[in-house]
Design a protein around this ligand. Sequence first.
Ligand SMILES: [Zn+2]
Length: 449
Amino acid sequence: MSTLIIENAYIAPVVGDEIPHGHLVIEGGRIRSLGAGPAPTVVGAQRLSATGCLVTPGLVNTHHHLYQWATQGLFQDATLFEWLTGLYRIWARMDADVVYGAATAALSWLALTGCTTSSDHHYLFPKGRGDLFAAEVRAAQEVGLRFHPCRGSMDRGRSDGGLPPDEVVENRDDILASTAELIDTYHDPSFDSMLRVAVAPCSPFSVTEGLMLDAAALARTKGVRLHTHLAETLDEEQHCREQMGCSPVEYMAKLGWLGDDVWFAHAVHLHDADIRRFAETGTGTAHCPSSNARLGAGIARVSELLAAGAPVGLGVDGAASSELTSLAGEMRQAMLFQRAVHGPTALTARQALELGTLGGARNLGRQHEIGSLEPGKLADIAVWRVDGFRAAVEDPVCALVFGPTPPLARLLVGGRTVVENDELRTLPHDMVGQAGVLARQRLLRQQSR
Ligand SMILES: [Zn+2]
């Protein structure tokens, strides 16, 4: 097995002390050692001199809708419910080719901005339009990211009091059978797994209580994780109070949907008791600050969740509500938003980096495998260029989090180079952006038929 040595770098391992001039030794897809000063001599090792670079764990994105890459820039001034109502009918026309192109572009964008692992939440499966799940899995394999696709679903259309039109929802039995089959086909629980499946009914306002209960039972039988949207807007709070007679988090508690195998997207509108419950049960939050701001949803209580000891990671959310967003950018937004509300000590650069790495790993149940640079962990590593203009910032971690996303000298997933000198190495660099444009054109063409 070949050995790669990264040396002369500023290393921010997230767990343990930072190393201003250090090295990392990577072997067999894992981190063998790291330390100060020059690397030891290893016969036959490749060496990467990372002078002027900051080395961090690869970023972990814990909420996305890859297909939305094909519908960016629409309904620019809408609330969540207005935006969804406008987009459901467009999304209903997607097929496997649209999903493949959108996922290829979206995942490449994540890689080029420092992500080594991404989840996806796909919850529309129009009939007769090909194998959409297989299409996104193929894209992730080709781009080379670790992938956690969530089999999403909706079974509560407008005629049942839900938000989505009846034409985009599925039957509960079909959803459960399909989800079980996808877990059996794709889910790999191994330490260095490149693909794990989660069970993810879409939201309280698009899913029946029965499906929420059955989904939780299925996930726990299969030993996989649970994910959904929760408490994103005040409209949702009002919907839950009117239809379920309680708040969104109370509803989840009633359904057995709190626990260390659950992570929620957004969780913006939490009551004090909800924060305590998340901390007590180890329930995770995927904080998506850009999307929440774009839709005017509010600012999640991240610093209070962290103070209570609840797990928090980051998500870019679908690109239809956070156009061209990078996860590194979300570290910055998370930090700035908390400071705007609570003052300049609300979230430090190091805490923001932890949200984007180890916090995300915890949301995905992979904190022992990824999310920090420690011997024995997987070699998922971002090597950021913080030289040039950025060298004027005294602290490299500050340059990464306070400033715009830096270029990448290298991105490794399990020791394999996915990005080198800001170019994708796994697919033709020029093709991946175009794949997203073609996906958009194809979807809109189908729309007008
Ligand atoms: Zn979402």
